[in-house]
Design a protein around this ligand. Structure first.
Ligand code: COA
Length: 344
């Protein structure tokens, strides 16, 4: 546990890293075994390809790899950490929590770790949670990871879901700082009335797996795409506006929106409603598909790699997903973060 340090109440992002499996599946690869086409997928979703885990990849190993990269950039040893938070809906096992496997694989001896299951907004929920520990003055160094090996939960014969998702992991390190930065405001929401719109019916305690559930293909994710589309297109701009307002900012103050990468049409609709020009919106859904809890940290890393995030920039991260759930956070980058350019 880190020591209390006066005024070190801001969680500065000092490290980041991503891991995506090498194997790539194109839309044409799907058209070879289900009734779909590259044209349909691109037009309806913007997705062109996605990365798919190899047999040797696990949720824990992908998370660990992203975590190692983030720690290395932050210049921290795993044992410097006070806490590891892993957001995922596709852990190695239902029990034990995958966060403990990640803690062990990192060599973060005895460091506290927990797993959060909040579907696609999981990383934003985890980031907000980490921010709370630092703002309270009780912790200094926290590793936040969003990871998903969701392709092993898909029905590869169901064209409604199979083409939409991909695997990967992304991580950030938050370090206590006295500079005003990190999570400046946030919104967390859920509406459990919509729980059936994205559901993995069998595998939990409500419907343990049996030969019958297997035969009915209930061990795979099911989705009511239209309902989710309507919900997401409405909720994303609302959540952005609310977080920006809570931060005492206006939309003009934002340098970059990093939305959950589920569907290019949803992102474009949200950006349009929020009146944000396309140069202020990051999009990489064409390359990865929907990587659920990993989508925002992977997009964050890629935005940095593309030179689109600078020192002092104000970002808004926003996500929606199963639950139904949503979350947004206005995040300000530190003014002295190594690895980030100055805004010219
Ligand atoms: N290839 C070809 N046709 C497909 C298809 C595919 N991969 N997937 C679905 N279809 C068909 C359906 O069978 C249906 O056919 P029908 O009308 O004969 O029954 C039709 O396309 C669906 O039409 P519609 O629902 O109007 O499509 P859409 O424009 O809403 O696009 C989604 C479907 C799933 C791409 C879209 O609704 C979506 O992205 N929803 C949000 C999903 C999401 O973000 N989920 C993750 C949340 S974290």
């Amino acid at each position: 546990m880190g020591q209390n340090t006066k005024n070190m109440h801001y969680g500065k992002i000092t490290g980041w890293g991503k891991y995506v499996p090498e194997k790539v599946m194109s839309n044409e690869d799907f058209a070879a075994f289900i009734d779909t086409s590259d044209e349909w997928i691109v037009q309806r979703t913007g997705i062109r390809r996605r990365h798919v885990a190899a047999e040797t990849d696990q949720c824990s190993t992908m998370a660990t790899e992203a975590g190692k990269r983030a720690l290395s950039l932050a210049g921290l040893a795993p044992t410097d950490l006070d806490l590891i938070i892993v957001a995922t809906s596709s852990p190695d096992y239902l029990t034990p929590p995958v966060s403990s496997q990640v803690q062990a694989q990192l060599g973060a001896h005895n460091v506290g770790a927990f797993t959060m299951s909040v579907a696609c907004p999981g990383f934003v929920y985890a980031l907000i949670t980490a921010h709370q520990f630092i703002a309270a003055g009780s912790m200094r160094n926290i590793l936040v990871i969003g990871v998903e090996l969701i392709t092993r939960m898909l029905d590869w014969e169901d064209r409604n879901t199979a083409v939409l998702f991909g695997d990967g992991a992304g991580a950030v390190v938050l370090q206590a700082s006295d500079e005003v930065c990190g999570v400046r405001s946030f919104v967390m929401g859920s509406d459990g009335e919509g729980y059936q719109h994205i559901i993995h019916p069998s595998g939990g305690t409500a419907c343990p797996p049996t030969t019958e559930t297997l035969a009915n293909r209930e061990g795979y994710i099911k989705m009511n795409g239209r309902e989710v589309f309507k919900f997401a297109s409405r909720k994303m701009p609302e959540a952005v506006a609310a977080a920006v307002h809570k931060a005492g900012m206006t939309l003009d103050d934002l340098d970059l929106l990093i939305p959950h990468q589920a569907n290019a049409r949803i992102i474009e609709a949200a950006a349009h409603m929020a009146k944000l020009p396309s140069e202020k919106v990051f999009m990489n859904v064409h390359e990865y598909g929907n990587t659920s809890a990993a989508s925002i940290p992977i997009a964050f890393c890629e935005a940095i790699e593309a030179g689109r995030i600078h020192r002092g920039d104000k970002l808004c991260m926003v996500a929606f997903g199963a639950g139904l759930t949503w979350a947004s956070a206005v995040v300000q980058m530190g003014s002295d973060v190594a690895g980030l350019p100055e805004r010219s």
